[in-house]
Design a protein around this ligand. Structure first.
Ligand SMILES: NCCC(=O)NCCc1ccc(O)c(O)c1
Length: 749
């Protein structure tokens, strides 16, 4: 019977969406049906509603005939059966993903098969569709999202992205009723998010944007059309190494000029395996919705952990993001009185969720993400932390331990944890064994750190096929969460010894052999990079003739910029990779070459030159001295081996700084392990601690290295690692777009 209630819940929801428009007193959808009942979960409310107590009910019935319910019920038997999957040598790709969401189940019953990704080439702008149709060598997203087999020819996978100013709960949500021809769910342009109306930015009118799912060795081609009025756009492919296509890495003024409004920029690159994602790297667009998943699968024989799972489904991507109820720019530089700081109102799981207004207690009842599994099977889940703000995100799945098998796209020796704390930019892949009683289980994601203030969390459901849709137990709350057990990434940063309650990244073991040369005692290049904030005095900031950037930090309203090695990164006016000669050499700087009189707020294009093929060791030192804050650093172009991390072993030292870290290093007291160090491309530096990592500089290029928090990127917590010389780089393609200052002589006539 549970699915029956479920369907009713959807009926009421869709009807409310159709009647639409949130009532004037609130932007939260469905407040009028929630008045009498502030519980979050549809089941309870739906029971009430089927009692026919309100007028809404009658209206809902006029739209959702019992026939709909019937059809959905009958079809339920077809969901999530093993026959619904393409069998493969090992991992399986699902054919009917949309059947796993409530909405999809209804459309499924009346419209037959949907393509594997929940979207297809039919969601492309017409220009994209034409491109795909006229080039027979191109494969569509739905063709590329396949089980990967040894010896099969690689494909060229084509995507068309249209970025737009868009809205949550816009009029598209009135079109996407099951009665309309443009039916749920692929192709429906309604974005529900957490059920709170707002303006946003969207790619192909989806949230998250289109998922790119291919096999290792496939080539990916993405035509990015920027239709965002008055905005420039750049997309970065987080985790893809861009070896040979350095100019498609997607960093503004480092690897390309931003894409102008109305322009299409074609990215095309090879794929290294793993769970990755794409996101805007320009301005604050990422937090407004410009992101999506990338999954590069392998034939099972290539994955050392493939024996641990039976299924690796297109629908088992778990993309976590943070969500504001306003545009990101409202929070930058930031306010002093209302909605201060940059912490989000909400979290989303695959763009879905519900929101409870802390002031009124009213909840939206938008659908939660549901992941379906079949009893007795083992499933690979691919989790992506796409948060933009400083909050670590903690995921826990009721009753199900998580067998961690990969991080940042690289396999590790499996470890079992009960909860994962992750930071912006990290990915964790885990296996879930469907060995609990058939039922529905809560998935809880909590925002930690600064997100503790607003206590943001989000829920999703892990559902056994043919079982109920709603968990029996009460929904976990922020303060009374699911039991935790062993934690991946403890925030206390005690990482220098094995412990039973937690695992740190430096304690993970690489599942593959590690380049011996990397583990030699002395690296060729060693770079210490302390980072911190610079606090402006208001009188210093607001002076005539200067317009220095700043962020209004949460709490006291401190006006800060970020410094890495005492430098705040500033973009040049032309990209390094394509127009190096157009950049005045004096704009570049680094710790050893700072401009004269650079001052406290030293702003220049921080670039560290590294000889090609060198073994490089980087030591990041957290001088921020703000409890609660761990900065995740992301390196473009590489995966690096994490050699060590922790806090000062010296109990007399309350705060770590560069001098102390250098001293610890001289005394051999920095944590360093050379036994199968794991590979990562994003690593959170423990609060008041340090991280040591190494890589071999065999990918020449201009690689951004930065704190992955969005608001720290814009205040300069970046630098460029320039590997090799310009001569080592492939020339940029013909007609690569150019940009820069235009300062001709003044014409006097
Ligand atoms: N006595 C030091 C207080 C301090 O460090 N204040 C800054 C905190 C901060 C800055 C920027 C952020 O983005 C953020 O989240 C927090």
């Amino acid at each position: 019977m549970n699915h029956h209630y479920h369907v009713w819940c959807l009926a009421v929801l869709a009807m409310a969406l159709y009647l639409a428009p949130a009532p004037a007193e609130s932007t939260i959808v469905l407040t009028h049906t929630n008045m009498e009942n502030s519980t979050m979960f549809a089941g309870t409310r739906v029971k009430k509603r089927t009692g026919g107590e309100s007028n809404d009910q009658a209206t809902a019935e006029s739209y959702w005939t019992p026939g709909h319910v019937q059809a959905a019920q009958e079809d339920e038997s077809a969901y999530a059966q093993p026959e619904d999957y393409f069998p493969s040598a090992h991992g399986l790709v699902q054919t009917h993903p949309a059947t796993f969401s409530g909405f999809g189940s209804i459309s499924e019953s009346s419209h037959g098969n949907l393509p594997p990704l929940g979207y297809s080439s039919l969601d492309f702008d017409k220009r994209g569709l034409d491109e795909l149709r006229k080039n027979s060598e191109l494969s569509s997203p739905e063709e590329c999202a396949r089980a990967c087999r040894e010896g099969e020819p690689p494909r060229i996978c084509y995507y068309h992205f249209t970025a737009e100013l868009y809205n949550v709960l816009g009029a598209a949500c009135q079109v996407c009723t099951p009665n309309a021809t443009n039916s749920l769910w692929s192709h429906c342009q309604c974005i529900l998010a957490d059920g709170v109306e707002r303006g946003m930015l969207a790619v192909n009118r989806m949230l998250p944007g289109p998922s790119i799912q291919v096999c290792e060795g496939d080539k990916v081609v993405v035509d990015v059309l920027n239709h965002m009025h008055g905005m420039e756009l750049v997309i970065h492919w987080h985790g893809l190494h861009q070896k040979g296509t350095q100019y498609y890495d997607g960093v503004p003024y480092v690897t390309q000029c931003p894409i102008h409004e109305g322009n299409t920029f074609r990215y095309q690159f090879d794929t290294n395996s793993g769970t990755h994602f794409w996101h805007a790297h320009s301005g604050l667009q990422k937090i407004d919705g410009i992101y999506g998943s990338i999954v590069v699968r392998q034939p099972p024989s290539q994955d050392p952990n493939s024996h641990l799972y039976d299924y690796d489904l297109t629908t088992h991507v778990v993309l976590l993001s943070d969500w504001l109820h306003e545009n990101g720019m409202e929070r930058f530089p930031g306010r002093l009185a209302a909605n201060t700081g940059q912490d989000p109102e909400s979290l989303l799981i695959n763009g879905k969720g519900q929101f409870t207004d802390p002031n009124t207690g009213f909840s939206t009842n938008t659908p939660l993400e549901t992941f379906t599994i079949t009893p007795g099977r083992r499933y690979r889940f691919r989790m992506i932390n796409a948060l933009a703000s400083v909050c670590p995100a903690q995921i826990t799945i009721q009753g199900h331990p998580l067998v961690l098998i990969a991080t940042d796209g690289e396999p590790i020796q499996p470890v079992v944890v009960n909860t994962i704390i992750s930071f912006s930019g990290e990915r964790y892949d885990f296996v879930i064994n469907a060995e609990q009683p058939v039922g529905a289980y809560w998935i809880q994601v909590r925002g930690l750190g600064e997100c503790g203030n607003k206590r943001v969390q989000q829920l999703a459901i892990l559902r056994y096929a043919r079982g109920p849709y709603q968990p029996k137990s009460k929904a976990p709350t922020y303060d009374v969460g699911l039991p935790q057990g062993v934690v991946m990434n403890p925030l206390d940063a005690v990482c220098d010894r094995p412990r039973t309650d937690a695992i740190c990244v430096n304690q993970l073991k690489n599942a593959k052999v590690v380049d011996k040369g990397l583990l030699q005692e002395r690296p060729d290049v060693k770079i210490f990079l302390p980072f911190k904030f610079l606090f402006y005095r208001p009188d210093e900031l607001f002076q005539p003739h200067q317009y220095n950037k700043y962020l209004v930090a949460p709490g006291g309203g401190d006006h800060v910029i970020s410094l890495v090695d005492e430098i705040s990164y500033t973009s040049p006016a032309s990209p390094m990779i394509s127009q190096i000669d157009d950049i005045p050499p004096e704009l570049f700087c680094n710790g050893d070459n700072k401009p004269a009189n650079c001052g406290r707020n030293c702003m220049c294009s921080h670039k560290v030159d590294i000889p090609r093929h060198a073994v490089v060791e980087v030591v990041l030192v957290d001088e921020v001295q703000q409890p609660n804050l761990s900065h995740p650093f992301h390196l473009h172009g590489y995966s690096f081996n994490v050699i060590g991390m922790g806090r000062s072993p010296d109990k007399n030292v309350k705060k770590i700084n560069l001098k102390h870290a250098l001293d610890l290093d001289r005394r051999g007291l920095l944590d360093r392990h050379f036994n199968l160090p794991p590979l990562k491309d994003t690593i959170a530096v423990p609060n008041n601690g340090y991280v040591v990592f190494r890589f071999r500089a065999d990918n020449p290029g201009y690689w951004l290295f930065h704190c992955h928090f969005l608001f720290h990127i814009v205040i300069g917590m970046n630098l460029v690692l320039h590997v090799g010389t310009h001569a080592d780089l492939p020339p940029v393609p013909e007609n690569f777009p150019r940009c820069g200052d235009f300062l001709p002589p003044v014409s006097v006539h």
